[in-house]
Design a protein. Structure first.
Length: 337
């Protein structure tokens, strides 16, 4: 079957009784076209089913209104919510998003993703960086492509947007200590994670600064199952009175292990999470946690892209975190009146 030819600018011009240059100006939304002529051209476009060539227009303008997003996976809550926040804010500013997952957090994999995005013609690249890239200093940002990192400012030439992981971890530990707990046990995230390492480091520093015992901290992989196993390990050693889990998902596993041990939250063990996932308020009891404003993270990432496009060098931005106190924390039994 013969392929139907797409209508051209010339076809529209003939139908509208206008010049090709006028049709081009209308297609590109340019001024200096009378209302009557613009109406005739738009009517002709609709009648013929003409669609402007977006790629050609982008090349002429030097802008594609597309942001490429590089990420490792969507398993962790942080990555999932980061990508969602960026996509939402990008759409609010008239940008499409092209997602580019990479199988492993290596510089070679990231460089390959950058190259593919460059070939797909994007205006900027946002890298969601929850994990430590091997040899990150060897990453090659495509020349002339603005790049924003969601994570710590570790990539030369890129703007960075991140949450204040240190503030959040300190708030979690200090909250439990202020309730009267002698120390706080920690269930850490994977060692490959920037966020997990920051939370663990601040937990340890805060306890040392208060001359409190520093217990051994088992690690999980952000999942409820890993939090469950880590809590079982802690219960086998002794019975901690306060737990700071590096994520709400791992805190959910803590809940199950505590329940199976015949103990109660917060009567026997207080628990604080991190992330404030939508389900945290529905845990039984509702989970005290550290909240992060993911919508603002998306807005700041896209704002950095806009500043790059305007020729400015956007600063790195650190967004605050805050404690959301719910019913999973209380003074230890001996301190209650």
């Amino acid at each position: 079957m013969e392929r139907l030819r797409r209508p051209s600018l010339r076809d529209v011009a003939e139908r509208a009784g206008a010049s090709v240059q006028t049709v081009s100006r209308v297609a590109n939304g340019e001024p200096n076209v009378t209302d009557g002529l613009r109406h005739r051209v738009l009517t002709a476009m609709n009648e013929l089913g003409y669609r402007p060539n977006a790629a050609a227009r982008a090349i002429r303008r030097g802008a594609f209104n597309t942001i490429g997003v590089v990420y490792h996976d969507l398993v962790s809550v942080g990555v999932h919510r980061s990508v969602a926040a960026i996509s939402k804010s990008a759409a609010d500013h008239g940008f499409a998003t092209t997602l580019m997952p990479i199988a492993v957090t290596s510089s070679q994999a990231a460089d390959g993703a950058f190259m593919r995005l460059g070939e797909m013609a994007v205006d900027a690249i946002v890298v969601v960086l929850p994990e430590r890239f091997k040899a990150i200093e060897s990453l090659h940002i495509p020349p002339g492509v603005p790049t924003v990192v969601i994570g710590p400012p570790v990539l030369a030439g890129a703007a960075a947007v991140d949450f204040d992981q240190q503030l959040g971890a300190r708030l979690a530990v200090e909250h439990l200590l202020s309730l009267g707990h002698d120390t706080v046990h920690h269930i850490g995230g994977p060692a490959s994670s920037y966020a997990a390492e920051s939370r663990l480091s601040v937990w340890a520093t805060t306890l040392r600064g208060r001359d409190r015992p520093l217990p051994e901290a088992p690690r999980g992989d952000w999942t409820p199952a890993s939090g469950y196993r880590a809590m079982q390990t802690l219960l086998e050693r002794d019975r901690p009175s306060a737990i700071f889990a590096a994520s709400d998902q791992m805190a959910l596993g803590v809940y199950r292990a505590v329940q199976e041990a015949g103990l109660r939250i917060p009567h026997d063990i207080s628990v604080v999470g991190f992330d404030d996932v939508a389900e945290a308020a529905m845990y039984a009891p509702p989970l005290t946690t550290i909240a992060e404003d993911w919508a603002e993270l998306g807005r700041q990432a896209v704002q950095a892209v806009l500043e790059f496009q305007a020729g400015a060098t956007p600063p790195s931005v650190t967004l605050p975190t805050r404690l959301v106190a719910r019913d999973s924390t209380a003074p230890p039994t001996g301190h209650r009146s």
